[in-house]
Design a protein around this ligand. Sequence first.
Ligand code: AMP
Length: 413
Amino acid sequence: MKNRIGIIGGGQLGLMIAQAAHRLDAYVTVLDPASDAPAFAEADASVTGAFDDLKALERLCEASDVVTYEFENVPGDILRHLEGKYNIKQGIRPLFDSQDRLREKDNARAHGLEPPRYMPVPADMSGRPLEPETCAMLSAQERMIHLGMAAGRMGFPCVLKTRTLGYDGHGQAVIREMSDIEKASELLSVPCILEEMVDFDFEASVIMVSDGKDIIHFPVARNIHKDGILDLSVVPASGLQRDGKENATCRKMTSACKEFMRSCGYKGILAIELFVKGDRFYFNEMAPRPHNSGHYTIEGCTTSQYMELCHFLLGMPLETPELKAPTVMKNILGQDLNAAKLVVAESLRGAGPGIEVSSSDSVNNAFCGEAGKGVFVHLYGKTQSRPKRKMGHVTFVPMTLDRYYSEWSARFI
Ligand code: AMP
Protein backbone atom coordinates (compact mmCIF):
# COMPACT_ATOMS: atom_id res chain seq x y z
CA MET A 1 0.00 0.00 0.00
CA LYS A 2 1.36 3.42 -0.96
CA ASN A 3 1.96 6.22 1.54
CA ARG A 4 -0.67 8.90 1.03
CA ILE A 5 0.27 12.59 1.17
CA GLY A 6 -2.36 15.35 1.24
CA ILE A 7 -1.48 18.88 0.19
CA ILE A 8 -3.55 21.93 1.14
CA GLY A 9 -3.07 24.22 -1.87
CA GLY A 10 -2.64 23.31 -5.52
CA GLY A 11 -0.41 26.10 -6.84
CA GLN A 12 3.11 25.65 -8.20
CA LEU A 13 4.48 24.70 -4.79
CA GLY A 14 1.86 21.97 -4.46
CA LEU A 15 2.71 20.83 -7.98
CA MET A 16 6.41 20.47 -7.18
CA ILE A 17 5.73 18.77 -3.83
CA ALA A 18 3.52 16.29 -5.73
CA GLN A 19 6.26 15.67 -8.32
CA ALA A 20 8.76 14.86 -5.55
CA ALA A 21 6.21 12.71 -3.69
CA HIS A 22 5.65 10.68 -6.86
CA ARG A 23 9.37 10.06 -7.17
CA LEU A 24 9.06 8.45 -3.73
CA ASP A 25 6.08 6.44 -4.94
CA ALA A 26 3.55 8.19 -2.70
CA TYR A 27 -0.13 8.71 -3.53
CA VAL A 28 -1.00 12.40 -3.63
CA THR A 29 -4.29 14.20 -3.00
CA VAL A 30 -4.49 17.99 -3.43
CA LEU A 31 -7.09 20.50 -2.26
CA ASP A 32 -7.58 23.82 -3.99
CA PRO A 33 -10.52 26.14 -4.68
CA ALA A 34 -9.68 26.43 -8.41
CA SER A 35 -10.71 23.50 -10.57
CA ASP A 36 -7.73 24.17 -12.87
CA ALA A 37 -5.12 24.36 -10.08
CA PRO A 38 -1.65 23.41 -11.46
CA ALA A 39 -1.08 20.61 -8.92
CA PHE A 40 -4.29 18.80 -9.93
CA ALA A 41 -2.57 17.76 -13.16
CA GLU A 42 0.08 15.88 -11.15
CA ALA A 43 -2.09 14.64 -8.26
CA ASP A 44 -3.67 11.19 -8.09
CA ALA A 45 -6.82 12.67 -6.60
CA SER A 46 -8.13 16.15 -6.00
CA VAL A 47 -10.64 17.95 -3.81
CA THR A 48 -12.03 21.20 -5.16
CA GLY A 49 -12.96 23.34 -2.19
CA ALA A 50 -12.21 26.60 -0.42
CA PHE A 51 -9.45 26.84 2.18
CA ASP A 52 -12.08 27.55 4.85
CA ASP A 53 -14.39 24.73 3.76
CA LEU A 54 -14.09 22.35 6.69
CA LYS A 55 -15.86 19.48 4.92
CA ALA A 56 -13.54 19.71 1.91
CA LEU A 57 -10.46 19.89 4.15
CA GLU A 58 -11.67 16.84 6.06
CA ARG A 59 -12.13 14.95 2.78
CA LEU A 60 -8.50 15.71 1.95
CA CYS A 61 -7.32 14.63 5.40
CA GLU A 62 -9.38 11.42 5.35
CA ALA A 63 -7.72 10.50 2.04
CA SER A 64 -4.19 11.06 3.43
CA ASP A 65 -1.83 9.48 5.97
CA VAL A 66 0.01 12.76 6.36
CA VAL A 67 -0.96 16.31 5.39
CA THR A 68 1.11 19.35 4.47
CA TYR A 69 0.29 22.85 3.26
CA GLU A 70 1.62 25.16 0.59
CA PHE A 71 -1.00 27.82 1.25
CA GLU A 72 -0.47 29.97 4.33
CA ASN A 73 -3.79 31.57 5.05
CA VAL A 74 -5.99 28.68 6.13
CA PRO A 75 -7.99 30.15 9.05
CA GLY A 76 -6.47 29.33 12.45
CA ASP A 77 -9.58 27.85 14.08
CA ILE A 78 -10.04 25.41 11.19
CA LEU A 79 -6.40 24.37 11.42
CA ARG A 80 -6.71 23.77 15.14
CA HIS A 81 -9.70 21.53 14.56
CA LEU A 82 -7.85 19.55 11.85
CA GLU A 83 -4.67 19.27 13.90
CA GLY A 84 -6.59 17.55 16.68
CA LYS A 85 -7.91 14.86 14.32
CA TYR A 86 -5.38 14.31 11.56
CA ASN A 87 -1.66 13.94 10.98
CA ILE A 88 -0.59 17.46 10.01
CA LYS A 89 3.00 16.58 10.65
CA GLN A 90 4.48 20.08 10.70
CA GLY A 91 1.79 21.14 13.15
CA ILE A 92 -0.01 24.42 12.78
CA ARG A 93 2.22 26.53 15.04
CA PRO A 94 4.65 27.74 12.36
CA LEU A 95 1.73 28.57 10.09
CA PHE A 96 -0.06 30.46 12.85
CA ASP A 97 3.14 32.31 13.81
CA SER A 98 3.72 33.42 10.22
CA GLN A 99 0.18 34.58 9.46
CA ASP A 100 0.51 37.95 11.19
CA ARG A 101 3.56 40.15 10.63
CA LEU A 102 3.45 41.54 14.17
CA ARG A 103 3.26 38.10 15.79
CA GLU A 104 5.89 36.85 13.33
CA LYS A 105 8.40 39.56 14.21
CA ASP A 106 7.73 39.35 17.97
CA ASN A 107 8.33 35.60 17.69
CA ALA A 108 11.54 36.05 15.67
CA ARG A 109 12.92 38.46 18.26
CA ALA A 110 11.92 36.20 21.14
CA HIS A 111 13.87 33.35 19.53
CA GLY A 112 17.08 35.16 18.68
CA LEU A 113 16.56 36.64 15.19
CA GLU A 114 16.69 40.41 14.86
CA PRO A 115 14.04 42.05 12.66
CA PRO A 116 14.27 45.65 11.43
CA ARG A 117 12.82 48.08 14.02
CA TYR A 118 9.03 47.87 13.87
CA MET A 119 5.91 49.08 15.64
CA PRO A 120 2.21 48.37 15.31
CA VAL A 121 -0.04 51.10 13.82
CA PRO A 122 -2.68 52.22 14.60
CA ALA A 123 -1.81 51.92 18.28
CA ASP A 124 -3.06 53.40 21.55
CA MET A 125 -1.06 55.79 23.73
CA SER A 126 0.93 52.95 25.29
CA GLY A 127 1.85 51.48 21.89
CA ARG A 128 -0.64 48.59 21.98
CA PRO A 129 -2.17 47.75 18.58
CA LEU A 130 -5.80 48.75 18.01
CA GLU A 131 -8.29 45.98 17.32
CA PRO A 132 -9.37 45.42 13.68
CA GLU A 133 -12.91 46.73 14.42
CA THR A 134 -11.49 49.97 15.83
CA CYS A 135 -9.13 50.38 12.84
CA ALA A 136 -12.07 49.99 10.46
CA MET A 137 -13.87 52.89 12.12
CA LEU A 138 -11.04 55.44 11.95
CA SER A 139 -11.64 58.48 9.76
CA ALA A 140 -9.15 59.43 7.03
CA GLN A 141 -7.89 62.23 9.25
CA GLU A 142 -7.38 59.91 12.25
CA ARG A 143 -5.48 57.42 10.09
CA MET A 144 -3.14 60.17 8.93
CA ILE A 145 -2.53 61.31 12.50
CA HIS A 146 -1.73 57.76 13.64
CA LEU A 147 0.66 57.18 10.78
CA GLY A 148 2.24 60.64 10.95
CA MET A 149 3.07 60.16 14.63
CA ALA A 150 4.41 56.64 14.13
CA ALA A 151 6.56 57.68 11.16
CA GLY A 152 7.85 60.64 13.16
CA ARG A 153 9.06 58.19 15.82
CA MET A 154 10.40 55.61 13.33
CA GLY A 155 12.14 58.13 11.05
CA PHE A 156 12.22 58.18 7.24
CA PRO A 157 12.33 56.16 5.06
CA CYS A 158 10.03 53.48 6.48
CA VAL A 159 7.67 50.82 5.17
CA LEU A 160 4.04 50.32 6.15
CA LYS A 161 2.67 46.78 5.79
CA THR A 162 -0.71 45.24 6.54
CA ARG A 163 -0.27 42.66 9.27
CA THR A 164 -2.13 39.91 7.44
CA LEU A 165 -2.60 38.70 3.87
CA GLY A 166 0.24 40.73 2.34
CA TYR A 167 2.57 39.14 -0.22
CA ASP A 168 4.99 40.17 -2.96
CA GLY A 169 4.76 43.84 -2.01
CA HIS A 170 0.93 43.82 -1.91
CA GLY A 171 -0.46 45.64 1.12
CA GLN A 172 2.72 47.73 1.48
CA ALA A 173 3.67 51.36 1.08
CA VAL A 174 7.10 52.94 1.26
CA ILE A 175 7.09 56.25 3.12
CA ARG A 176 10.04 58.45 2.20
CA GLU A 177 8.75 61.79 3.50
CA MET A 178 5.76 63.36 5.24
CA SER A 179 3.97 63.95 1.92
CA ASP A 180 3.72 60.14 1.44
CA ILE A 181 1.67 59.77 4.64
CA GLU A 182 -1.73 60.61 3.19
CA LYS A 183 -1.66 57.96 0.46
CA ALA A 184 -0.05 55.32 2.68
CA SER A 185 -2.55 55.88 5.50
CA GLU A 186 -5.27 54.34 3.31
CA LEU A 187 -3.85 50.97 4.41
CA LEU A 188 -4.71 51.74 8.03
CA SER A 189 -8.32 50.56 7.86
CA VAL A 190 -6.76 47.25 8.94
CA PRO A 191 -4.01 46.67 11.53
CA CYS A 192 -0.52 47.34 10.12
CA ILE A 193 3.08 47.47 11.19
CA LEU A 194 5.55 50.19 10.37
CA GLU A 195 9.16 49.11 9.80
CA GLU A 196 12.38 50.98 9.38
CA MET A 197 13.56 50.72 5.79
CA VAL A 198 16.79 48.72 5.87
CA ASP A 199 19.45 49.92 3.49
CA PHE A 200 20.56 46.34 2.89
CA ASP A 201 23.34 45.12 0.62
CA PHE A 202 21.20 42.23 -0.61
CA GLU A 203 18.43 39.80 0.32
CA ALA A 204 18.98 36.14 1.11
CA SER A 205 16.91 33.15 2.12
CA VAL A 206 17.74 30.22 4.35
CA ILE A 207 15.65 27.10 3.71
CA MET A 208 15.77 24.38 6.33
CA VAL A 209 14.14 21.02 6.94
CA SER A 210 13.99 19.46 10.40
CA ASP A 211 12.89 15.99 11.40
CA GLY A 212 12.72 17.09 15.04
CA LYS A 213 16.29 15.89 15.69
CA ASP A 214 18.50 17.11 12.88
CA ILE A 215 18.16 20.22 10.75
CA ILE A 216 19.54 20.39 7.23
CA HIS A 217 19.81 23.61 5.24
CA PHE A 218 20.16 24.35 1.56
CA PRO A 219 22.94 26.50 0.12
CA VAL A 220 21.84 30.08 0.80
CA ALA A 221 20.45 31.96 -2.19
CA ARG A 222 20.99 35.62 -2.90
CA ASN A 223 17.63 36.96 -4.05
CA ILE A 224 17.13 39.82 -6.48
CA HIS A 225 13.66 41.37 -6.53
CA LYS A 226 11.93 43.47 -9.17
CA ASP A 227 8.87 45.53 -8.12
CA GLY A 228 8.69 43.64 -4.79
CA ILE A 229 8.58 40.21 -6.50
CA LEU A 230 11.42 37.72 -6.61
CA ASP A 231 13.13 37.89 -10.01
CA LEU A 232 16.37 35.91 -9.60
CA SER A 233 17.93 33.58 -7.05
CA VAL A 234 21.66 33.18 -7.34
CA VAL A 235 23.72 30.46 -5.66
CA PRO A 236 26.37 30.60 -4.36
CA ALA A 237 25.51 34.04 -3.04
CA SER A 238 28.38 36.47 -3.51
CA GLY A 239 28.94 38.09 -0.13
CA LEU A 240 28.18 34.81 1.63
CA GLN A 241 30.86 32.50 0.39
CA ARG A 242 34.61 32.19 0.16
CA ASP A 243 36.46 29.64 -1.96
CA GLY A 244 33.23 27.77 -2.59
CA LYS A 245 32.41 27.50 1.13
CA GLU A 246 30.08 29.47 3.40
CA ASN A 247 31.88 32.51 4.82
CA ALA A 248 31.67 33.59 8.46
CA THR A 249 28.55 35.76 7.91
CA CYS A 250 26.79 32.90 6.17
CA ARG A 251 27.67 30.45 8.91
CA LYS A 252 26.46 32.90 11.53
CA MET A 253 23.22 33.34 9.59
CA THR A 254 22.49 29.66 9.05
CA SER A 255 23.30 28.74 12.63
CA ALA A 256 21.06 31.56 13.96
CA CYS A 257 18.24 30.34 11.70
CA LYS A 258 18.70 26.74 12.86
CA GLU A 259 18.78 27.86 16.47
CA PHE A 260 15.56 29.80 15.83
CA MET A 261 13.88 26.72 14.34
CA ARG A 262 15.04 24.52 17.19
CA SER A 263 14.04 27.01 19.85
CA CYS A 264 10.55 27.40 18.31
CA GLY A 265 10.20 23.62 18.18
CA TYR A 266 9.25 23.69 14.48
CA LYS A 267 9.49 20.56 12.35
CA GLY A 268 9.31 20.10 8.59
CA ILE A 269 10.29 22.86 6.20
CA LEU A 270 10.94 26.50 7.04
CA ALA A 271 12.18 29.31 4.80
CA ILE A 272 13.49 32.52 6.33
CA GLU A 273 14.00 35.69 4.30
CA LEU A 274 16.73 37.99 5.52
CA PHE A 275 18.19 41.38 4.67
CA VAL A 276 22.00 41.29 4.72
CA LYS A 277 24.09 44.36 5.47
CA GLY A 278 27.80 43.88 5.93
CA ASP A 279 28.14 41.08 8.44
CA ARG A 280 24.70 41.75 9.95
CA PHE A 281 21.39 40.27 8.93
CA TYR A 282 17.78 41.11 9.73
CA PHE A 283 14.78 38.81 9.80
CA ASN A 284 12.19 39.88 7.20
CA GLU A 285 9.70 37.02 7.14
CA MET A 286 9.32 33.28 7.28
CA ALA A 287 7.25 30.65 5.50
CA PRO A 288 6.70 27.09 6.77
CA ARG A 289 6.50 25.73 3.23
CA PRO A 290 8.77 25.38 0.21
CA HIS A 291 9.94 28.79 -0.98
CA ASN A 292 10.10 30.43 -4.38
CA SER A 293 13.83 31.06 -3.91
CA GLY A 294 14.30 27.30 -3.37
CA HIS A 295 13.06 26.25 -6.80
CA TYR A 296 16.70 26.24 -7.82
CA THR A 297 17.34 23.22 -5.56
CA ILE A 298 15.54 20.86 -7.97
CA GLU A 299 18.35 20.91 -10.50
CA GLY A 300 21.02 22.92 -8.66
CA CYS A 301 21.39 20.63 -5.64
CA THR A 302 21.85 16.95 -4.98
CA THR A 303 18.42 16.94 -3.31
CA SER A 304 15.62 19.52 -3.45
CA GLN A 305 13.49 21.38 -0.90
CA TYR A 306 10.49 19.42 -2.19
CA MET A 307 12.22 16.06 -1.82
CA GLU A 308 13.40 16.80 1.71
CA LEU A 309 9.92 17.94 2.73
CA CYS A 310 8.61 14.61 1.40
CA HIS A 311 11.37 12.69 3.21
CA PHE A 312 10.20 14.39 6.41
CA LEU A 313 6.51 13.71 5.70
CA LEU A 314 7.18 10.04 4.98
CA GLY A 315 9.47 9.56 7.97
CA MET A 316 12.51 8.90 5.77
CA PRO A 317 16.04 10.08 6.67
CA LEU A 318 16.88 13.61 5.55
CA GLU A 319 19.69 14.08 3.02
CA THR A 320 22.18 16.90 3.34
CA PRO A 321 22.02 18.91 0.12
CA GLU A 322 25.13 19.89 -1.81
CA LEU A 323 25.28 22.46 -4.59
CA LYS A 324 26.09 20.70 -7.88
CA ALA A 325 27.32 23.83 -9.66
CA PRO A 326 26.72 27.61 -9.62
CA THR A 327 23.04 28.16 -10.35
CA VAL A 328 20.70 30.99 -11.35
CA MET A 329 16.91 30.72 -11.12
CA LYS A 330 14.75 33.15 -13.11
CA ASN A 331 11.12 33.55 -12.07
CA ILE A 332 8.77 33.62 -15.05
CA LEU A 333 5.89 36.03 -14.48
CA GLY A 334 3.06 36.50 -16.98
CA GLN A 335 4.99 39.14 -18.91
CA ASP A 336 7.84 36.64 -19.51
CA LEU A 337 5.75 33.59 -20.37
CA ASN A 338 6.13 33.90 -24.14
CA ALA A 339 9.89 34.33 -23.85
CA ALA A 340 10.10 31.16 -21.74
CA LYS A 341 7.91 29.25 -24.20
CA LEU A 342 10.18 30.36 -27.00
CA VAL A 343 13.15 28.85 -25.14
CA VAL A 344 11.25 25.56 -25.11
CA ALA A 345 10.24 25.88 -28.78
CA GLU A 346 13.86 26.47 -29.81
CA SER A 347 15.02 23.42 -27.91
CA LEU A 348 12.42 21.31 -29.67
CA ARG A 349 13.76 22.40 -33.07
CA GLY A 350 13.18 19.56 -35.46
CA ALA A 351 11.04 17.69 -32.92
CA GLY A 352 8.24 17.38 -35.44
CA PRO A 353 5.41 19.22 -37.10
CA GLY A 354 3.60 21.83 -35.05
CA ILE A 355 6.68 23.18 -33.28
CA GLU A 356 7.76 26.48 -34.77
CA VAL A 357 11.02 27.87 -33.51
CA SER A 358 9.95 31.46 -34.06
CA SER A 359 6.64 31.08 -32.25
CA SER A 360 5.74 30.42 -28.63
CA ASP A 361 2.18 29.42 -29.62
CA SER A 362 3.16 25.82 -30.29
CA VAL A 363 4.27 25.31 -26.65
CA ASN A 364 1.56 25.07 -24.05
CA ASN A 365 1.55 26.52 -20.55
CA ALA A 366 2.59 23.26 -18.89
CA PHE A 367 6.15 22.06 -19.42
CA CYS A 368 8.80 20.55 -17.21
CA GLY A 369 12.12 19.52 -18.65
CA GLU A 370 15.55 20.44 -19.96
CA ALA A 371 15.24 22.87 -22.85
CA GLY A 372 18.82 23.10 -24.04
CA LYS A 373 21.85 22.01 -22.11
CA GLY A 374 21.62 23.13 -18.49
CA VAL A 375 18.41 25.13 -19.08
CA PHE A 376 15.59 23.64 -17.02
CA VAL A 377 12.18 25.11 -17.77
CA HIS A 378 9.19 24.69 -15.48
CA LEU A 379 5.89 26.08 -16.77
CA TYR A 380 3.21 25.46 -14.20
CA GLY A 381 0.24 24.96 -16.51
CA LYS A 382 -1.80 27.90 -15.25
CA THR A 383 -4.56 28.57 -17.73
CA GLN A 384 -4.73 32.34 -17.20
CA SER A 385 -1.58 34.40 -17.64
CA ARG A 386 -1.36 37.93 -16.24
CA PRO A 387 1.53 40.33 -15.76
CA LYS A 388 3.13 39.67 -12.33
CA ARG A 389 1.47 36.23 -11.99
CA LYS A 390 3.98 33.44 -11.35
CA MET A 391 3.69 31.23 -14.42
CA GLY A 392 6.93 29.28 -14.24
CA HIS A 393 10.65 29.47 -13.63
CA VAL A 394 13.84 28.60 -15.44
CA THR A 395 16.87 27.20 -13.63
CA PHE A 396 20.25 27.52 -15.31
CA VAL A 397 22.97 25.09 -14.15
CA PRO A 398 25.86 25.80 -14.35
CA MET A 399 25.41 29.55 -14.50
CA THR A 400 26.84 32.66 -12.88
CA LEU A 401 25.02 35.96 -12.51
CA ASP A 402 27.43 37.73 -14.86
CA ARG A 403 26.94 35.12 -17.55
CA TYR A 404 23.16 35.20 -17.04
CA TYR A 405 23.19 38.97 -17.56
CA SER A 406 25.30 38.78 -20.69
CA GLU A 407 23.65 35.75 -22.31
CA TRP A 408 20.06 35.53 -21.08
CA SER A 409 18.58 38.55 -19.32
CA ALA A 410 17.84 40.47 -22.55
CA ARG A 411 15.38 37.76 -23.54
CA PHE A 412 13.15 38.56 -20.59
CA ILE A 413 11.34 41.77 -19.64
P1 AMP B 1 7.87 41.43 2.08
O1 AMP B 1 6.52 41.15 1.50
O2 AMP B 1 7.83 41.90 3.49
O3 AMP B 1 8.86 40.32 1.86
O4 AMP B 1 8.44 42.67 1.21
C1 AMP B 1 8.67 42.58 -0.18
C2 AMP B 1 10.00 43.24 -0.53
O5 AMP B 1 9.97 44.63 -0.13
C3 AMP B 1 11.20 42.66 0.21
O6 AMP B 1 11.67 41.50 -0.45
C4 AMP B 1 12.16 43.82 0.16
O7 AMP B 1 12.76 43.92 -1.13
C5 AMP B 1 11.26 45.04 0.36
N1 AMP B 1 11.17 45.35 1.80
C6 AMP B 1 10.23 44.90 2.65
N2 AMP B 1 10.45 45.36 3.91
C7 AMP B 1 11.56 46.11 3.86
C8 AMP B 1 12.33 46.83 4.83
N3 AMP B 1 11.96 46.91 6.12
N4 AMP B 1 13.45 47.48 4.41
C9 AMP B 1 13.81 47.43 3.10
N5 AMP B 1 13.14 46.77 2.14
C10 AMP B 1 12.03 46.11 2.50
